[in-house]
Structures are given as C-alpha cells and as structure tokens.
Design a protein around this ligand. Structure first.
Ligand code: SAH
Length: 487
C-alpha cells in the first residue's frame, strides 16, 4: 500500500493554497467543504475562488509564494502552473513536516486527494495511488450508485448513540454486536426508510438489555469460488465482512481473504509447506470451539463447499452441537474454469451431460467406475487430477474412449495466472510433462473442448501478487510442481 487512507479533521484549521487558478478552485471547494480556513497566495486569483474565500473567512495574499506562507498551516496544497514554485513548496513543506499535495505531481506529494463519495458523515475515498485517477473516478461512480444517500443518515443516527452504547457495553466485541444488530436489523431499516423516531425507540429497547445472554456464535461455510474475487456471491461477500474469524485453505486467493474485516482473525488450515494438511477432525473441532465462544466464523472454501470440499463433514459436527450455520454456495472450479477457458460444459450437439469426478486416485477409497465414462456425448471434469493424469487418460482409452477425444488442462483457472493447455486424451499427458504446471489444475475431457475457439494458451498475464498463498519468490507455489492438490 503506497498511501494509507486517513481522514483529516480540518475544521477551523489554516490550510495554505498556493495558486489562484481553476485547479486551485477545485481544491478550495473540497477544503472548504471540510471546514478549512484557506490562506491563498497567488499574484492573481479566479473570481470564484475570491468569493469563496470571502464566504468562508479565508484570505488572499496577492504575491508570489514565499516560504514564510507556511507559518502556522496544517496542510498545504500547491496548485500553480509553475513547476519550480510547486517544487519549492513541496521542499519547504517537507522540511517543516507539513503534509503537502502538489496537484498532478504525485512524486512531490506526501498525501493525495482521493475520489470521494460524500454521504456525510459517511465518506468513502477511492485512490489509485495517483496511477489512474480515471479508474478511481469510474469506481467512484459505481459506488455512488451502490450506496444510497440514506446511508449518511444511518451513520449520523448511530453516531448519536455512541456514548450511551459505550457506557452500557464496555467490551469491544459486545459493542460491535450491538451495532450490527442495529445497522443490519430492523432499526437500520427504519432509519433508511426515514422513520427515525421508531428506530430510536427500538435502539432504546436494545440499550436496556445490552448484556443479554451472550449469543452463540454462527458458522458460515462459504464457497469462495475458483479464484477471481468477482466470482464471489453477494452473500459470501457480506458474511465475510461480518465474520470475527476466517478459516481458509490454500485455494482461497489473498484478494478474497482481503475482503474479510480488517480486524478479523485469519487462520490458515490448508496444507503447509511440509504438505501436511491440518487434519479434518481438527478443523471441525476448531469451528466448534470458536462458535462456542460466541464468534461468527467464516469457513472459506475454494469453489463450492459441497463439491469435493468436505463441507458436509464440517457442518455435521456443528449440527450435532446445535451451532447455527449457513452454507453459501460458490462457483465450482468446473464452472469457473470452463467459462474462463471458453469451453461450454454441455452442448446440444456434443454433450448432453457433464460429470464431476475426483481424480485423487491415491485414496484407497477411490475406485472409479471407468466403464461408465465412455460415452462420447458426456463431458468429464476431473478435480485433483494432475498427479493421476497418465492413469486417467490411459484408463479412459483402455475402456473405449477414443484417444482423439479433445482434452484440456486449465491451470489456476479464473485467476490472472490462468493457462489452458489443450490436446487429446492420447497427447495431453506428454504435453503436460513437457512443461511446468502449477496447481490447482482442472482436467476437462470431451468434444466440447474442441469448441474452444481461442489460442492454445492464453491469459499469460503478469503473475498475480502472490497466489497461491505459499508462493515462493518467483511467484510459483513452493513445492507444488506437478503435485496433487486434493483436499
Ligand atoms: N470445492 C472446490 C473443489 C475442491 S477440490 C470446488 O468446488 O471447486 C480441489 C480441486 O479443485 C483442485 O485439485 C483442482 O482440480 C480444482 N480447482 C479448484 N480451484 C481451481 C482453479 N482455480 N483452477 C483449476 N482447478 C481448480
């Protein structure tokens, strides 16, 4: 993170604005909205700026900038067309440790102005760290559409009760639950509907019994989808925001984990460097223990929790102890990878059915009915199939599926690292051996693979930040080469 977003209290403080043109006017509008008293220095001044200064108790010194102008100011903004002046301001401010912004010169700034969605007292700032203001503005317009003006009222409403709530609920978690109950519940809805008196009555009721028996926690078994954070459902994103603790494994990308609350505890329960996974029984127990402490626990699972995710086992134990839980479906790897690789899983003419199969042949319990997989009208999707690729392709051919059947291996599907290798049942194992392949990978077999109209490999973009979570310095997962990644 290049810039830490902070919100500055400027009310009645003196801010120096160097420059008096149109650019200065834009900054002056923002600064005065936050209550700053402007001291403007410039040989000439835009008339809008001049009247703004008059209205807001600011002043204009008709002169060129002088370092003495920095005396007693909280913040300085340089908005002149003169590079040398701007540089001088930045340098002088630097010496005096005064935060400085030089318009359009990020390298001279100690702070930048974000794009703002103003629902005061709720304020949202969006910054691209000065890389792409246009993108920041685009995102801003989306957020403008997403956050109704009434949210400002809700923020103001809750602000009125802050001290009272603090007095009755001294512990932080207790306070947070109180506010969640208000904001997410009927009281919040009443405020949004403009019925504040009724909302207040409800909050007063809550205030009278704030320490009511500690609620039992809840577990959300959340499908995080195959990698692209945008493939999360709204519900998954919302509950992820509510959780106190997040348990995740290695199929969950850092971008998704980042969507959890800042202060939520994050617990990694995937396979470690030594490739020993936290035993399933231990995970089940951990979920139970955390929920019993009254915590909201998000169990994030790659793809869909009920597809090769052992989600069933995790909730069984919760159910038997009466812990409330919710299961939030996710986009499974087959859907995500197929869509992003341009392979339709079914097709009127080529495949009337699709089968999801575990390719984890190491387990003694897996004995696949190969004879059932021979219809060339069916698409086969093998999860966890990388290590057993030779066997899978060999067995399918041995049981009568043509060696010419198109087959694809999708590597790190839906992430920026996605690559898709296509071949046939006969050729794919050798093709894969000839290259370095990184888990997770999904194997798709059937005529539908031949419909893929794109290049053989695509999505060869830069490597993402660091995915999977245990990526080594080169961005490749440590110790994963051609490893199976079953769960
Ligand atoms: N519950 C998950 C599957 C867990 S099994 C789901 O519904 O998707 C783990 C296997 O899923 C991996 O071995 C791999 O075969 C597949 N997989 C998961 N994410 C993937 C991805 N982004 N790209 C390719 N395969 C993936």
């Amino acid at each position: 993170m290049e810039f830490l977003p902070l919100f500055f209290q400027l009310r009645a403080t003196r801010v120096l604005l160097v420059g008096g043109g149109k650019v200065a006017v834009r900054k002056a509008r923002l600064l005065t909205r936050a209550g700053a008293i402007l001291a403007c220095v410039s040989p000439d001044i835009d008339h809008e700026l001049e009247s703004m200064l008059q209205r807001t108790g600011g002043e204009w010194r008709m002169a060129r900038y002088d370092s003495a102008d920095l005396e007693g100011v909280t913040l300085v903004v340089a908005a002149t067309p003169d590079d040398a002046v701007n540089r001088q301001v930045a340098e002088d401010a630097g010496h005096r440790h005064i935060p400085v912004n030089v318009v359009d010169s990020p390298e001279l700034c100690s702070f930048v102005f974000p794009s703002i969605v103003d629902r005061s007292p709720l304020v949202i700032g969006i910054s691209s760290s000065a890389r792409s203001p246009v993108l920041a503005r685009l995102i801003r317009s989306k957020i403008e559409a997403l956050v109704p003006a009434a949210y400002g009222r809700l923020a103001a409403f809750t602000g009125r009760f802050r001290d009272e709530v603090k007095a009755v609920a001294s512990e932080e978690g207790q306070r947070r639950r109180f506010w969640e109950q208000v904001v997410n519940g009927p009281a919040g809805e009443l405020v949004l509907a403009g019925r504040e008196a009724e909302a207040e009555a409800l909050v007063r009721q809550y205030l009278e019994r704030p320490t009511e028996a500690q609620p039992v926690g809840e577990v959300y078994l959340i499908g995080a989808g195959p990698g692209d954070p945008e493939l999360l459902t709204f519900k998954a994103a919302r509950l992820l925001q509510e959780a106190d603790v997040v348990l995740y494994d290695r199929l969950v990308t850092p971008e998704i984990l980042d969507m959890a609350r800042r202060d939520a505890e994050r617990i990694y329960v995937g396979k470690r460097r030594d490739r020993h996974a936290v035993p399933q029984g231990q995970i089940n127990q951990l979920l139970l223990d955390l929920a019993k402490q009254g915590l909201c626990v998000a169990r994030l699972k790659g793809g869909d929790p009920f597809i090769f995710g052992r989600g069933g086992e995790e909730i069984e134990q919760l159910a038997s102890h009466g812990i409330p839980f919710q299961v939030i479906p996710g986009i499974t790897a087959a859907s995500g990878c197929a869509a992003y690789a341009g392979i339709p899983l079914t097709h009127r003419d080529h495949a009337q059915s699709v089968r999801f199969i575990t390719g984890n042949l190491k387990s003694d319990r897996v004995d696949l009915p190969w004879g059932e997989f021979v219809s060339n009208q069916e698409t086969l999707v093998f999860y966890m199939g990388l290590q057993g690729l030779d066997t899978i392709c060999g067995q399918l051919i041995a049981h009568g599926r043509s060696g010419d059947t198109p087959a694809a291996l999708v590597e790190q599907g839906t992430t920026r690292n996605q690559r898709t290798l296509t071949g046939t049942l006969a050729s794919l194992p050798a093709q894969v051996k000839a290259m370095e392949v990184h888990a997770p990978t999904l194997l798709i077999i059937g005529e539908v693979v031949g419909l893929r109209a794109c290049l053989e490999w695509f999505g060869e973009a830069e490597k993402p930040t660091s995915w999977p979570p245990n990526a080594g310095a080169d961005g490749h997962p440590v110790g994963w080469k051609a490893e199976d990644d079953g769960v």
